[in-house]
Design a protein around this ligand. Structure first.
Ligand code: G3H
Ligand code: ZN
Length: 310
């Protein structure tokens, strides 16, 4: 039986990170699972409150559970950025493996009090569930922003991280370490990259003593991601990069077949486009350097290295 706690422990020992990708439909889910299967690495899929509302809370839980059971593959489901206890309880009851309880918009003490209550309540529903808490400000919205905001004054300190983890009992912590949700237009074009504070990550990991999640992974410099994982990041969240790939794949499917109306003839273009984006990130997070040449993930990685549109 697959267990996310065990997967995180193995990742830490191996010095790699588990990729977390948000899904809003079956195109994204198929693409992410297929990438992870090609690379033989475990994967987390996440659904935010909005994504859950669109797909149905118990419906996405049932789909991921059935994929895990039928394929005997380590795919796990996270209730991403859950802002109320009510929505967190709903996800825990539906069978989500992990919950990101996000009260980070509140002042630190209130955030800590609400997160502690969430940890106690959710573990009362499912003792095996993992609960992640968030501190600091990394902006909101996995979308394309006009400008990248300056969030440097909201970075997490190691002392805050220690205090928060000890008080709340969270299993995983999401700090603010130079990361940010969403991408600027320059980032989408590859003209600028998010940069991370690696020393801060290492100091936070040493004080917090729990696995760390890096949110807002889209558009982050590859070498910074490698160093962040070596410094103690165990989960990396990617959403906007997949959304951009989803849209461009869909547009390619529509323009290649202007008269087509059959969804399963158009949507494979979007699946492949998302898969190529997910493969590149999973490969980096897991330090996968060797791939069989006929593999779709190998094609994706080669295209990316040569900077040709995939
Ligand atoms: O929780 C989701 C993420 O943190 C994704 O952020 O859209 O910048 O990749 P991103
Ligand atoms: Zn996030």
């Amino acid at each position: 039986m697959h267990d996310i706690r065990n997967v995180l422990e193995l990742a830490r020992k191996a010095g790699v990170a588990v990729g977390h990708f948000n899904v809003a439909d079956l195109v994204l889910l198929k693409a992410v699972l297929s990438s992870a299967q090609d690379l033989h690495v475990p994967v987390l899929v996440g659904a935010s409150e909005g994504e859950r509302e669109f797909m149905g809370v118990s419906q996405i839980a049932a789909v991921v559970r059935s994929l895990r059971e039928e394929s005997d593959f380590p795919i796990f489901l996270n209730a991403d950025h859950t802002h109320t206890l009510e929505k967190a309880i709903e996800a825990a009851k539906a069978g989500f493996d992990t919950v990101v309880f996000d009260a980070s918009a509140l002042p630190f003490e209130q955030n800590a009090r609400q997160t502690k209550e969430a940890v106690e309540t959710l573990k009362g529903i499912n003792p095996a569930i993992l609960v992640e808490g968030e501190i600091g400000n990394i902006g909101s919205g996995s979308e394309i922003h006009q400008f990248a905001p300056d969030l440097s004054k909201y970075l997490t300190t190691p002392a805050e991280a220690k205090q928060f983890v000890e008080f709340t009992g969270v299993d995983v912590l999401a700090p603010a370490v130079g990361n940010m949700h969403g991408m600027s237009r320059e980032m989408v074009k590859g003209e600028s990259k998010k940069r991370l504070d690696i020393q801060r990550i290492a100091a936070i990991r040493a004080e917090a003593q729990v696995p760390l999640t890096l949110h807002g992974g889209s558009g982050t410099d590859d070498e910074d991601l490698r160093q962040a994982i070596a410094a103690g990041i165990s989960i990396v969240h990617i959403n906007t990069e997949l959304r951009v790939a989803w849209r461009s794949g869909l547009e390619a499917g529509l323009s290649a077949q202007p008269s087509e109306v059959i969804p399963y003839k158009i949507l494979p273009f979007a699946v492949m486009s998302v898969k190529l984006a997910a493969c590149a990130r999973l490969r980096l997070f897991n330090g996968v350097t060797q791939l069989p040449v006929e593999d779709e993930c190998a094609v994706a990685s080669t295209a990316r290295e040569q900077q040709v549109p995939s």
